[in-house]
Design a protein around this ligand. Sequence first.
Ligand SMILES: [Zn+2]
Length: 300
Amino acid sequence: MRHPLDEKGMDAAPGRIRCLVAPNPSAMTGPGTNTFLLGSGEVVVIDPGPDDPAHLRAIVGALDPGEQIAAILVTHPHLDHSALAPALARATAAGVFGFGAPGSGWDARMRALAALDPGGGEGRDTGFRPDRHLKGGEVLRLGDVTLQVLATPGHMAEHLAFGWGRTLFVGDLVMAWAPSLDSLPDGDMGDYLASLARVAAGPWRRLLPAHGAPITAPRTRIAEVIAHRQAREAQILAALRAGPATLAAIVARVYPDIAPGLCEAARRSALAHLVDLAGRGLVAAAPRPAPDAVFRRRDA
Ligand SMILES: [Zn+2]
């Protein structure tokens, strides 16, 4: 399926962008994963998408005669973004570029949380092994396409964004239609907000998320996402005003009407907020900030 890239933002990138939507729509992926093809002749792919032979055929079929894929870039190792990379690499002889395997960007705190709570990694592409490891601050020259690599941890520690001209390919950092999920231990609320602030301070005129429509007013959308997080944090602190509570009790208070398909996402998002609040000294967690803890406000 072709994605309706907005015409008015087209001058924000120095070359041609094609977008193919993978056939994996869901509550978490919206219409499906956007796979972007950058440039002409030597084409760069961003987020090949889920391991689906029909989507592989669609990507190869989107090339003009004589074109080839020069590189396969992955924003982060979640299955809906990276799982097709090995098959596409085999079909095209292009190299796979990304930060690294899930968990390779974890700090000691994330490793400790992972040991306490092995869940939350449902979408992790544990087999992801890029041919080339990327870091924030790098400049990639791939044929006629020159990309800036930005480290954007938060949704996942290994999350990258790619800048081309004034267009930033943001993966799951920010979407037009839904808040992005921070799922511990992969995600981190503090890192997430810092990544958003860094993108808001950049020269970007258009953000192209991996799910849903382009974002043509980056600062406005980022301000909305930050406000949403702050409102959620205020709700969690309000829920704790009545006294100490478990994660399940807090989720029931903060998300009373949530759709069943999003319950686990809500639970993980609330936990990410609580661990962040504990790290900032606003909430105490006994025996430690983990899913089985009892949380209380330090000022209560
Ligand atoms: Zn993701």
